[in-house]
Design a protein around this ligand. Structure first.
Ligand code: RUQ
Ligand code: CUA
Length: 864
């Protein structure tokens, strides 16, 4: 056991730090023993753990299934970063609650009906030359046949389009290599029009299809007018993928009901599940979208249904743009290899995966070598002649994701609950790993792009059963992280997801994503144009037009302006809220009691809330984000009065006020306090100035914010002195308090800026000094000693020069303070501070490190 444990310790600490690591080693062993961790566990932990403040290497965008949202987490730490509201309202972000985001959600209305639910399945990242470019994300809604666009500069949904002719979709979203089109394949066949047809009309009228949504990169939007659909037989198309490289210009969709079965269990007929899996094979659909796009431009080639262009089957066939190839029955995944030559298809009811060779397919098409024609007149290519080969993988193969080394692919086995790694070129099995349980999709890093990264793989499992603390009959989902960077796959980590149901994920190197941290002042975040309600500081106002009241409000730490809004019962109210902050992460939220509304206003953003003041009464409103020390005070009142009612309230309460002398004293106190605070701020600004803060962008941002806050003091100070001159001491005190509020906000940013700047300027700490700092803080030393200041203990800058043989003296002193208390110097110190340093039981190694830390402090003494 001993050597077994220490092997893991070496792996972790490295031999170079051998002496140092001996202590750590035994601690490490203790923790492993105490927590019952194996060596494998410990290694897995080290591969996943991200120290505080360190960023992940990859983003993972995961569909939120029935939640209608998207989920964002970091890999390898699997830390959840965000939920993005897409087809469903999301209260935190105010998505679907304020008017601007409602406008996006309402783009998803179908036939006049509000749909606030979605079933997201397959996210796709925008591509340039088949490689992820990090600009946009697309996601489908299987339940209502819709596609949404998410702008990755803001991580917000920017568009929803409704498929005008499908009644469900599953094979979306998949993009072509330059994001020319987003593919959306119909799932449950239905009539394209909105008319009634009996089930007996299935073969004649019910149809499947694939819609090609044209993406306008400059506008960042789908152009609905330029989009079109290819009509397909009602074979129940499933997943799709776009060709790339040699197969560029082509698309592939599989299907699961070549039997054209229509169910009817209630009539004593076999159910869908039996009828749809009767034949041994279904059809892989192969189509040329480049050719179809050209055809669709000519009105002779299209039928227009519900205002949308449809290329009929006959037209596609006549122009050699549509073919079928048999595939193993009930397939679920179709994945085109990074070079575009191979197409991997797995049939969940077959133990094999099939690899089609696009070059062979193209030969057959060129030579018009068909094995037959389906009932709709579509040429069928011979399966054997199209195949590169097949490989037996196990039970229930579903989806595939490609690895970094040429020919490697990872496939999920739903029934066996495994991931298999295999070579689709050499048709060889390489490795397999068990997962928990029943994996659906899987995602190796950038595994569906032309440039797969390998390294990690995430299994998106359908069941979690016993993996987590039980939370009732509805279990969390389980996403599992697997290390695929070594020869043998290793399961590293379980991420329970309490949000249903992640189907598919798309991952991308973090370095490719460049999100904004604020909006230009007064931006409508949904149109990215200036908001009609944009309000700058000083422009706050309430305007009435008939019975419509417009409130132009601003929010900034820590007040909402205006703080009183009085309207008549029955008035319509439009509230524009502009967040005046420029500082990163200074979001304000807004809600009004009993009005069922919420908005999140990010720095620079303007949002709009509309409501009718139909309830009489007094309704507090407040900022919902904990934005500053005075966040709770960030509030106001909506007062709704009935214009037809008489209110006969008169002031009765008499609250005792301060005497003039008391007021004078109070005024002196606040001004003195302000002066002292101002001095602190001056020192901070001087330090920042002297050390050229403007050279460091993050520091500069904070200093700009601090100066911004500071600039507001002038007006408040003037108000205070005016009030004082008019002998209105109450108001003078209140305005002096306002001055102090701005000073505190200034200091808050300036102190953060100083800390950052010190970090930039200081010489780097050695590993020992770093450990020393930690020991210093954790050992409680920092409770009494503040570097750069005399606190409840002496300042420690220069402590190494204060004693003869200082290093040894300090080591002895920390080890046993008592032993030095009788030295004359110490006697004086004890008297001065009225305190004796306690024995903190520091270890020798910690004491050594602390001395290294002191050396670092002395080196950088001028920074404190
Ligand atoms: S799903 S588990 Cu793609 Cu909708 Cu396959
Ligand atoms: Cu603004 Cu809390």
């Amino acid at each position: 056991m001993r050597s077994y444990l220490s092997k893991a310790c070496y792996a972790i600490f490295g031999l170079s730090m051998l002496t140092q690591s001996l202590a750590a080693q035994s601690k490490f062993q203790d923790i492993m023993q105490e927590r019952g961790l194996s060596e494998q566990d410990a290694i897995a932990a080290l591969k996943v753990y991200q120290p505080s403040g360190k960023h992940d290497e990859y983003y993972m965008f995961v569909s939120g299934g029935q939640s209608g949202q998207m989920l964002v987490y970091g890999v390898p730490s699997m830390r959840i970063l965000k939920y993005i509201g897409v087809f469903t309202p999301e209260p935190w972000q105010g998505y679907g609650f304020d008017e601007d985001s409602k406008a996006i959600l309402r783009e998803g209305n179908i036939r006049g009906r509000e749909i606030n639910w979605g079933d997201t399945h397959h996210p796709a990242l925008s591509e340039t030359k088949g490689v992820y470019d990090g600009e946009y994300l697309f996601i489908n809604d299987k339940a209502n046949a819709r596609i949404a666009v998410i702008d990755l500069k803001y991580f917000e949904t920017s568009q929803i389009v409704v498929n005008p002719i499908f009644k469900s979709d599953h094979g979306g979203a998949f993009v072509t290599p330059n994001t020319e089109y987003i593919l959306e394949t119909c799932q449950y066949a239905a009539p394209f029009t909105n008319d009634y047809y009996p089930m007996e009309a299935y073969e004649d009228v019910y149809r499947g299809g694939v819609t090609f949504w044209k993406f306008d990169r400059d506008k960042g939007k789908i152009s609905q007018d330029e989009s079109f659909t290819l009509e397909l037989p009602p074979y129940m198309q499933d997943l799709s993928d776009a060709g790339k490289g040699v197969s560029y210009g082509w698309g592939f969709s599989n299907s699961f009901n070549s039997e054209l079965y229509t169910g009817g269990i209630e009539k004593g007929l076999p159910p869908f599940e039996a009828g749809c899996s009767r034949s041994d094979t279904d059809f892989l659909h192969v189509y040329n979208w480049e050719k179809l796009a050209k055809l669709a431009k000519d009105s002779k080639n299209v039928k227009v249904i519900n205002g949308h262009r449809v290329v009929p089957i006959e037209v596609a066939v006549k122009n050699d743009a549509l073919f079928l190839i048999p595939e193993n029955k009930s397939p679920h995944g179709v994945d085109v290899s990074p070079d575009g030559q191979y197409i991997v298809v797995s049939g969940k009811l077959d133990t094999h995966s099939s690899v089609y060779d696009f070059k062979k397919i193209l030969e057959l098409i060129k030579n018009k070598e068909y094995a037959g024609v389906d009932p709709y007149g579509i040429p069928i290519l011979d399966m054997k002649k199209s195949l590169h080969g097949q490989l037996e993988l196990g039970l229930g193969p579903l989806h595939s994701s490609f690895g970094k080394e040429d020919g490697t692919v990872y496939t999920s086995l739903y029934v066996d609950s495994q991931i298999v790694k295999w070579d689709y070129k050499k048709l060889k099995l390489l490795d397999r790993v068990n997962i928990h349980y029943n994996v659906g999709h899987l995602e190796a890093m950038e595994g569906k792009s032309a440039d797969p990264q390998g390294k990690y793989l995430v299994a998106l499992n359908k069941l979690s059963i016993d993996r987590f603390l039980p939370v009732g009959p509805l279990h969390p989902q389980n996403n599992q992280l697997i290390d695929i960077g070594e020869k043998k796959m290793q399961l590293l980590y379980d991420l329970p997801i309490g949000l249903g149901e992640p189907h598919q994920a798309a991952s991308i190197r973090a370095s490719k994503i460049h999100p904004a941290v604020r909006y230009n002042m007064g931006t409508n975040s949904k149109t990215l144009k200036p908001h009609i309600g944009k309000t700058l500081a000083g422009e706050e106002r309430i305007e009435r037009k008939g019975n419509h009241v417009y409130v132009y409000a601003t929010m900034v730490r820590s007040h909402i302006n205006p703080e009183h809004i009085t309207v008549n019962k029955g008035d319509k109210v439009t509230l524009y809220l502009t967040n005046l902050e420029r500082a990163q992460d200074e979001t304000h939220g807004f809600t009004i009691d009993q009005h069922g509304m919420h908005t999140s206003v990010e720095p620079g953003e303007t949002t709009q809330l509309d409501f009718t003041a139909d309830l009489e009464g007094v309704f507090p409103y407040y900022c919902t984000e904990f934005c500053s020390a005075l966040h709770i005070e960030m509030m106001g009142y909506l007062l709704v009065k009935d214009p037809n009612k008489k209110y006969d309230w008169i002031q009765k309460a008499k609250i005792k006020t301060l005497s003039p002398q008391e007021l004078e004293l109070e005024h002196k106190k606040v001004t003195a306090n302000n002066e002292a605070t101002d001095n602190v701020i001056e020192t901070l600004f001087a330090f920042l100035q002297e050390n050229h803060y403007e050279k460091y962008p993050t520091v500069k941002n904070l200093v700009d914010d601090a100066k911004d806050q500071y600039s507001k003091i002038v007006t408040e100070r003037k108000k205070a002195s005016d009030a004082y001159k008019q002998n209105n001491l109450e108001n003078a005190i209140l305005f002096e308090n306002m001055v102090w509020q701005y000073m505190i906000k200034t200091a808050d940013s300036a102190i953060r800026a100083k800390d950052l700047l010190v970090n930039e300027l200081a010489t780097p700490k050695t590993a020992a000094a770093k450990r020393g700092e930690e020991a210093f803080n954790e050992g409680g030393c920092s409770g009494c000693h503040v570097i750069g200041n005399v606190s409840s203990g002496p300042d420690l800058i220069g402590v190494l020069k204060r004693h003869k043989n200082a290093q040894q003296w300090i080591a002895e002193y920390i080890k046993d303070p008592q032993s030095k208390f009788d030295e004359p110097y110490m006697k004086r110190l004890i008297k001065f501070f009225n305190l004796k340093m306690p024995n903190q039981n520091m270890k020798d190694s910690e004491i050594k490190d602390i001395i290294e830390y002191f050396k670092w402090i002395d080196e950088n003494a001028d920074l404190f």
